[in-house]
Ligand binder design. Sequence first.
Ligand code: IVH
Length: 683
Amino acid sequence: MDTAKRQIDQLRKELNKHNYNYYVLNQPTISDYDFDMKMKELERLEQAHPEFDDPYSPTHRVGSDISKGFVQWVHKRSMLSLSNTYSISEVEDFIRRVNEGLMGEPFQIVGEMKYDGTSISLTYEHGRLVRAVTRGDGTQGDVVTDNVITIRSIPLQLQGEGWPDEFEIRGEIVLPWNAFDRLNAEREFNEEPLFANPRNAAAGTLKLQNSAEVARRGLDAVFYYLLGDNLPADNHYDNMMAARSWGFKIAPVMSLMTTIKEVDEFIEYWDVKRKELPMATDGLVFKINSLRQQLNLGFTAKSPRWATAYKFQAERALTKLKFVSFEVGRTGVVTPVANLEPVLLSGTIVKRASLHNEDIIRQLDIHEDDMLYVEKGGEIIPKITGVDMAQRQPGSNIVEFVKACPVCGTKLVRMEGEAAWMCPNKFGCAPQISGRIEHFVGRRMMNIDGIGEEMAVILYKNGWVCDPADLYELDRHRESMLKLQGMGPRTIERMLEGIKASKQVPFDRVLYALSIPYLGETSSKKVARSLRNIDAVISADVDTLCAIEDIGPRIAQSIIDYFNNPVNRVIVDRLRNAGLQMAMPESAQSGQGNLFAGKSIVISGTFSMHSRDEYKEMIERYGGKNVGSVSKKTDFILAGENMGPSKLEKAKSLGVQLIDEETFLSMLSNNACTFKIEVQKFR
Ligand code: IVH
């Protein structure tokens, strides 16, 4: 076969695999830089050999963030990407090309930061936000208006004057560093997988179905592109300034330049200074300022000729793999960790990096004693992105995943369709036992003061607490605990007080605290609220469990397996006897609780008297169901200020009632349904 064809096929295969790792698995095994280089090489080969063109080549894809569950919207003006480069000389080439394209006419360049989040297009009509759509595949994206409305910096109604009747403004939804750190700290605490970088966190958050959770996470947005007829100015810079006066948060760094020297200085300055910005950036963007000149320069199929992006090189280091250790978590999942010769990377010493699972080790093809590339870039968690093959020791062995649990020696099992290997020895494997105790006492579970990770291990190692029920008999060990160095009477008193107080923790959190595999915080709430007490949960079959919102066959089977195990049943009985809450309170079941029985209620907009979460609680406490989207089955919408335009439209077309905050609260206080609902009807 033709060598070029073989190279093209090979590159397409590799790039497709990397796209999958990145977009689907969220576990890239290659640096962005290497990925871009491979893409460029493929583009070059395809250009030289148009006879091998294929519409399915990765060069024809702009990547898609379309997900199920959102309404699709075709962009009125397609969302293109930017050509990008990693070298200053290529930025200079861009400027020279522009110069040629404009046939020597003078031009201004606007330098901006390239914000590292997820792009969004907002449409405004008559000064009001009507729609927020993700980039999707560039032609159509997801309508995420309800989530975008929760971002406080986005104006729903414009201020000032001079905006066109209809326009689009594009920008980046970002999760600022402080919100990102907070979110990851919380996820670490709850043993949920961490987000590798603010970009993934922002994109994941924007696609959540629960806009209250979106609001809680603290997204922000910066805008950098105004599109429409009748824009206020004939240049990009002034248009952005006008947008700023209408209430938009405009990219804070915008510099007007005219010479290559200024561009070089801009790059040099921001390559360093960007680290002080409150949000992640992955490069710089250079745009020609005049809209007329932009029009003259035009577009290629994928990107404008009037703009380019200069990407920062992710900081990368090469270091030796000392060994791979295998660590066992609370759920028994075994995680491989690369232990490295310490290396300085972006200001911190890196000694360890997770390799996630066996598949990743295979894809990276890691051998013993290999020299590994570690990268941080915008990432907080260091990741291994490759092996320096030139330095591989001849005859070195491939790193094998352990077959048995490194702690207790039990043979590992791998569930069908899952990447993780698990130790099945739930009740005899130390990190699983102490991990479950640690989870049980955690803040979002039983919230027991005075017991953290270290204390959980101490209590377990001394044989005082081997399962959560032992905590409620801890008093018996007071004397022996006092003998342990560092355990003063105050420490012990604080723990015992915390344990006592936890008996008031509601049933849904007790259920979550049990560490039933796959049963997370939200699904525990759903099960508890639906089945009401522990006996109903114990006796529920798959069908009953699957009938509960958000509970699928995997969680259902896991709940059944958990309660089929006699050891767990004894623990639960002992917890019940200790006085823990094993049922939802009466008030949540009947009496006042019937007000919204069987009703489907949507919450939309912003509220002044209570938070969305509080309204959700109220609906559920009174027997109703809070649902995310408006349908024929919706009984009414609890409508706050600035309700999502798509929901409003849908409510209108289906004739669903809107009830405002005050009316809703008066319904609750009148309770016995003697109130008259003030409704706005649309039909
Ligand atoms: S301008 C027609 N300006 O980078 C191009 N994009 O690869 C309009 N981005 O999809 C985009 N910061 O998500 C522009 N200051 C900036 C940007 C920026 C980040 C993102 C944006 C776009 C991608 C292009």
